[in-house]
Design a protein around this ligand. Sequence first.
Ligand code: NAD
Length: 455
Amino acid sequence: MKIKNPATGEIIAELDEDRTEEVRAKLQSLRQGQRAWAQISVRKRLACIERFGELVRQNSDELAAILTAETGKPIQQSHNEIIGAQNRIDHLKANAEKWLADETLVDTGATHERISYEPLGVIANISAWNFPYNVGYNVFLYALVAGNAVMYKPSEYAALTGKQFEKYLHLAGIPENVFQCVVGDGKLGQTLLEENFDGYWFTGSYLTGRHIATTIAHKLVPLQLELGGKDPLYVTDDVTDVKQAAINAAEGAFYNNGQSCCAVERIYVSEKIYDEFVAAFTAEVKSYTIGNPLKTDTFIGPMTRKQQVNVLDGQVKDALKNGALLKNGGKAIEGKGNFYEPTVLINCSHAMKVMRDESFGPIIGIQKVASDQEAIALMQDTEYGLTASVFSSNEERALQILREMDTGTVYWNCCDRVSPNVPWSGRKNSGLGTTLSSQGIRAFVQPKSYHLRFS
Ligand code: NAD
C-alpha cells in the first residue's frame, strides 16, 4: 500500500497489506493471548498502558511528524492531539480498577448476589484517520485495560501511525498476541467483518457504519459505531462579545481543516447580531495561515483525502445556485497537494447541501434566524445527532435549547470538544453505543451474575 503525503502528493512509504490468511493467523494468536491477558490484574494491564503513554510522550516529535506527513494535519495540531490524548490514559489510571471491580449487591450472610465483569474476547477495531490518537485510544486502550485482545485496523490514511501504536504498545509490555495492527483499505475491513470477532468497534462514515451493522448482524456480538455529524452551533442575540463568539465558532469549524467528527458544520445566528457576527467571522477566517503543515504557524493544511475536494466544490456550487453569498474561499488551491480555501457561505438555507450533508472539510454555511424556536427547528432538522452548541450569555436560555437537541453531546459557550470524563455517543445516523467514561469501559466487558448460597 502506497502512503501519500497530502501536502505534496509524494509517496512517502510503502507498506505490505495484510491479506485474509494473515488476518486469520493473527486472530488465532490473539485468541490465545487474550486468555492469558485476561488473567493479569487490571493494575498490571494499566501499568503497560501507562508505559505506552510515556513512550508516546518521549517520542512525540517523531510521532507528530509521521501524523502530519500522512494526514496533512498542521504540525502544532498533531502535537496537540498526541499530548491531549494522554488524558484518556490518566482517566483510565484513576478509574479503571474501580469500574472493573466485582460488585456485591446482596450479602445476607446466607446468600450472596454479585457481578463480575469479564472481557468480551478479541475486538476488531476499524478506525478513522482524522484523529487517530483520540479515536484509537477511545477504543483500543479501553478494550485492552478491560482484558480484551485487539486487532486494530487503522484507516489507510493513517496506517503509519497505526504501526507506531503497535510498536510502542509492544515495547510497553503488551504481548504481541494481545494487540495487532493490520494494514489495508476497505477490502481488509471487509475481511475483518467476515471473520469471527467477539465485538466490532468502528469509527468512520455513516455509510460504512451501516454496511458493517448489516453485514455482522447475524453474529449477535456487540457493535459500536462512532459516525459522522452535521453539528449545529447557534449564536443567540444576547452574547456578550459577538467578536469572541465568532472567533470561537470559526475555530470549531476550521480546526483540523474541518475534518473533525464534532466540527461545527453549520451556524445559525440571531438576525439582531447577524451582520456583526458575519463580519467578525469572515475577518477571523481571512486571518488563518494556510500552507505547509510542517510550519508551526500553519492553521489550515491540506485535506487528507483528495476526493473530498469534489464534495466541497459540489456544496459550494449548490449553495450559490440556491442563493448563498460567498464571503471567503470557494475553491481548491491550485498546485500540489489537496488544499482548499477556507470557505464561508452566508445567507444559507436548508435547501442547500452545505446545511444538510456532512462537509468534513474547510467550509461553513451561516444562516440567519429570527427566534430560538426557529433555531431549534433548524438545528433538529438533520439525520445526524452527534453534538449541538449554543453561544449565549444566559445559561437557562441555552439549557432550554440544548434540552431539545437529539444529540449525544451538547455544549454551552464552547464546541468541538471531547472529554474522557463524560460519555461520547452519537444518536440517529451519528452512531450506536458509547465510548469514554465509565460507560466506555463497561462496553468492553460482559457481566456475569453470581448467586451464592452458603448453607
Ligand atoms: P470511512 O467510513 O471511509 O472509513 C473508516 C474505516 O472503515 C477505514 O479504516 C476504512 O478502511 C474502513 N472501511 C471502508 N470500507 C469498509 C468496509 N466495506 N468494511 C469494513 N471497513 C471498511 O470513514 P473515514 O473517511 O475514515 O472517516 C471520516 C468519517 O468518520 C466522518 O464521517 C467522521 O465524521 C467520522 N468520524 C466520527 C467520529 C465519532 O467519534 N463519531 C470520530 C472520527 C470520525
